[in-house]
Structure formats: C-alpha cells, structure tokens
Design a protein. Structure first.
Length: 276
C-alpha cells in the first residue's frame, strides 16, 4: 500500500521529516501516530503527492512517484480530514454532498445517474445518516458531517482511504459513532479499501490495524505491529511523560501514571513563581 524509503523533507533550515522508512502491505489497515508537531500532516501530504520530499523514494498502491501520473493515482486515493479547506453549499443536502464524491467537486454540476443515486443512498445508510438524507449539510453536527464526508469519499470505491484525525474536536458520543462507522466499513463491507488512520490517540486505532508508525519531531520513534510499538515504554518516550498502556475490547487505552501529576504540579508552580 505504502512504501517510504529514506524520505526526508526540509524547508529552509528546518527538517520536517528525517529519513522515514516504512512499508505497509497492500490492503492493510495502518496508522500514523504521534504528538502535535511530530510530522504526521507533512507525511500525509507526501503520501498524497501534495508535497515533494527533499530526498527519498515513495511508492503508493504500487506506483513509484516520479514514474507515474500522480493525478491518475489520486483517483484511487481519498483523503478525509476535519480541517479540509473544501466548503460545500450550506444548503446542499446530505445526499447531494455524498453525490459530489463521484465528480470530486464541491457542488453537483452534472446530472447523476440512477446507479450513482442508489450507491449514495447505500453509503448514507452505511454511515448511519439515513434520517439526515435530505437535511441541509449546514445543519449536521460535526460528527454527522464527518460521517457524511466518509460516505462521500467512498463513492468512487477508492483503493486507499486516508483518515486524517477524523474525530478531532468531537465529543465522546460523536467520536465513538465515527469510530464505529469506520470499524463497520472495515469489517462488513464486501471490498473495503485499505485504510490509513492519522491520530494523536491510541484508543482510536481500529482493532484491524496491522501496522503503526509513530513519529516524534519528524523522526521514526517506532514502527511495527500494534502489539510491538503501542507500549508504555515507547509512548512514555514519545510523549515525554510516564504513561501506562492497557488493552480492552480490542482497543488500546492510554493513561498518565498517577505520580506524574505531582511532577506537573511542581512544574506549574515553578512556572508561576518565575513569572511573578
């Protein structure tokens, strides 16, 4: 699905990614994990062909960058993100927004076919928005909008679906609804796309996740199977904070060790004294 070899991105004097090596098998569910500023978004742009590396080699879906038509390759890849600059007509219905996925546009400028309308309806049901089918996009909640955008991305049956922090800013219920939707698509679809999840939070990893890349300051902190890299030792180093990892219901959970609160309180007190 993805093969990165010595991928480095520098801009001016700053190194955003440094010698990233990572291989994900075809058809796998994978994840990129790391704190803010670790290089996750930059790496997504590299994988999408939106940012060219300073050096290194990239292959996505078996196509080597520099030897393939990236515009054509992108037709097999869909990116869903909460921070998307795309703005849809606020009065467009949920179904209309999903239908735009067939054309890669922000509005419906072409006549849709009965087959496209049937697929859009099926996808809307898959993501649990059947009651919102005719509802204006502007009236959907943040979680409902994300599920709508996932349905839109799946309209053309991509080979690779990239989910860039799909639960950012959502409350507990909306987050779990989005994660349940993604889980259902990965397990119950007849031919699910390969999925790449980008997140800050280990609890958002799908139980089907086979490969994880953990970034810190633009470097690979760890890579491998979830059981190998989602550990207390690895994540304590990545987040520079003593944490404990547990696993329940097929998902990983992260908590800060209790004694760390005393350290945080001491740092806060020192900071307050220094500023007074």
């Amino acid at each position: 699905m993805v093969q990165l070899t010595d991928v480095t991105v520098t801009r001016g004097a700053r190194t955003l990614l440094d010698n990233i090596n990572w291989t994900v098998p075809a058809g796998a569910c994978a994840a990129i994990l790391g704190p803010n500023g670790s290089g996750k978004s930059t790496l997504v742009r590299v994988i999408m062909g939106q940012m060219w590396p300073t050096r290194g080699e990239i292959a996505v879906l078996g196509q080597q960058f520099g030897q393939t038509d990236l515009n054509q390759l992108r037709e097999s890849i869909r990116l869903v993100q909460t921070s998307s600059p795309v703005e849809f007509d606020p009065e467009a219905s949920t179904q209309s927004v999903v239908l735009t996925g067939f054309f890669g546009t922000v509005g419906l400028f072409k006549q849709t076919t009965p087959a496209q309308q049937r697929r859009a309806t099926k996808l809307i049901h898959q993501v649990g928005l059947q009651r919102e089918t005719d509802q204006p996009f502007r009236t959907l909640s943040s979680g409902e909008r994300m599920r709508c955008l996932i349905a839109r991305a799946l309209a053309v049956q991509p080979q690779l679906l990239i989910l860039d922090e799909p639960t950012a800013g959502l409350d507990l219920l909306a987050r779990e609804q989005v994660l349940a939707t993604i889980h259902q698509l990965a397990t119950n679809s007849k031919s699910p796309p390969a999925m790449l999840m980008i997140t800050h939070h280990v609890e958002e990893l799908l139980p089907q996740t086979q490969q994880v890349l953990i970034l810190k300051n633009g470097n690979v902190a760890a890579s491998g199977t979830p059981g190998k890299v989602i550990t207390s030792a690895v994540l304590s180093g990545v987040y520079e904070c003593p944490v404990e990892v547990s696993k329940r219901g097929g998902r990983f959970w992260l908590s800060v060790k209790s004694h760390a609160w005393k350290t945080f309180a001491g740092l806060a007190a020192s900071s307050a004294r220094g500023s007074s």
